[in-house]
Design a protein around this ligand. Structure first.
Ligand code: ADP
Ligand code: ASP
Ligand code: MG
Length: 411
């Protein structure tokens, strides 16, 4: 039997009625002759609520207990989806991550998938089951405890299943009808892309376009999964949505194809650290051990042997970073006067594979922001992206101005 993976995100399973609509889509694929693996997210808002409970209970929480709590949302929707399908006379059952078992690393709250055995589910397909409904986002760690894959992780569950089961396609159903040039919530000039290259999608995802989790794009690229993003609300043809594909399959590429924004950033500055060999290691070693994902780094010009070191990290890791640096200071491994945490910043990025061959993108980006009176605090570049850190209150303004400047509304 040909096999499909269909993933439904939070808004697509937000109510019983929406679960029924999603189930009808699944039913149509079954009628068309497919065995289907359905990956579900928690009902929209549910994971945020659960994360809130954990954070309110404990600021520097035990990640194993965080996983125990936040994985519960998907358990509910998996069961409800299986029941809904059964009501439609489609043979279906649900699987929790540990039942598959979807094995992961031990990195609680940010686990990576290690293995997905297929025998268990394939045996059920062999017995006439038509749909396996799997709880997204969760797995089983080597410590025998439930893990989660990081926010948005159901996308990764879906792509990993598509790879493991050699699915014909992996369809990600969400609340927009594809990948856009920027978040359509920020500007109505955002344009839907019929195709986008893996590399660009990877950058956009990692820079804040949460339509796909970064890891899911990495996996799709590595295992040649035919990955599509489409709307669960609209009736669409088989060609609808956005296909994430190889660069060679895209005819022409502009210098910039997308703008991403991430509001979940913080800028931290260590004031007056000794400018000596090994100082970067003394700062970033403890941060890495504490699980802080440092992104941009700037070391200022030093004066009288002292310098300021600035870096950015996710806003919810500020407390962890302060603790790790404070401990390094107490242990005598590091000396600084104070730590400043600026939690009112956002990262804005422009992305395009065409940047490899076209110059002037950075100049245009900086000029555009300066014309809008937006001050740039930190800059980072790579082969196909340029990112800046700015005041968070200018996020929309910056995205809109850059979208206009690079003429992204035009195909
Ligand atoms: P789901 O719950 O289905 O996983 P998400 O909320 O995680 O959905 O992702 C879909 C959202 O991603 C959209 O509603 C949109 O606001 C946002 N988004 C951000 N950037 C983009 C983009 N470039 N293209 C499409 N959607 C984007
Ligand atoms: N429910 C989880 C989250 O909100 C996983 C997902 O939806 O992909 O992050
Ligand atoms: Mg998502």
């Amino acid at each position: 039997m040909p096999l499909l993976v269909m993933k439904f995100g939070g808004t697509s399973v937000a109510t019983l009625d929406r679960i029924r609509r999603a189930a009808k889509r699944v039913g149509r694929e079954v009628a068309a002759g497919y065995d289907v693996i359905v990956i579900v997210s928690a009902m929209s808002g549910e994971t945020n609520k659960l994360v809130g409970y954990v954070e309110e209970t404990s600021q520097l929480y035990d990640a194993r207990e965080y996983d125990a709590v936040v994985s519960s949302g998907e358990q509910v929707t998996a069961g409800l989806m299986a029941l809904t399908l059964q009501e439609m006379d489609v043979p279906a059952r649900s699987w929790q991550g540990w039942q598959v078992p979807l094995k992961t690393t031990n990195a609680h709250a940010a686990a990576r998938i290690v293995e997905i055995p297929t025998d268990n589910i394939m045996a059920k397909f062999g017995e006439g089951m038509k749909v396996a409904v799997v709880a997204g986002f969760q797995g089983l760690g080597p410590d025998g405890r439930v893990t989660t894959l990081g926010r948005g992780g159901s996308d990764t569950t879906a792509v990993a299943f598509a790879a493991a089961f050699a699915a014909e396609r992996c369809d990600i159903y969400t609340d927009v009808d594809g990948v856009y040039t920027t978040d359509p919530r920020i500007t109505d000039k955002a344009r839907k892309l019929d195709r986008i290259a893996f590399e660009e999608m990877l950058e956009l995802a990692s820079l804040g376009a949460k339509v796909l989790q970064t890891r899911s794009v990495e996996l799709a690229m590595r295992y040649y999964v035919r990955l599509r993003v489409l709307s669960s609300f609209e009736e669409q043809s088989d060609e609808a949505g956005t296909l994430i594909c190889a660069e060679e399959d895209i005819v022409e590429s502009k210098a910039v194809n997308g703008v991403a924004a991430s509001r979940e950033e913080a800028k931290m500055t260590l004031i007056s650290v000794a400018d000596r060999p090994g100082i970067a290691a003394a700062i970033f070693g403890p941060l890495s051990e504490a699980g802080v994902n440092v992104d941009m780094i700037v070391q200022n010009i030093s004066e009288e042997g002292r310098t300021d070191m600035t870096f950015s990290c996710p806003i919810n890791q500020v407390a962890r970073a302060e603790k790790a640096l404070g401990e390094a200071k107490s242990a005598g491994d590091l000396n600084f006067r104070e730590i400043l945490a600026d939690t009112n910043v956002a990262k804005i990025s422009v992305v395009g594979i065409g940047m490899r061959s076209q110059s002037g993108v950075a100049a245009k980006m900086f000029k555009t922001l300066s014309d809008e009176g937006v001050n740039i605090k930190v800059i980072a570049t790579s082969e196909i992206k340029i990112s800046v850190l700015i005041d968070r209150k200018y996020t929309e303004l910056a995205v809109q101005a850059l979208h206009d400047a690079f003429e992204l509304e035009k195909a």
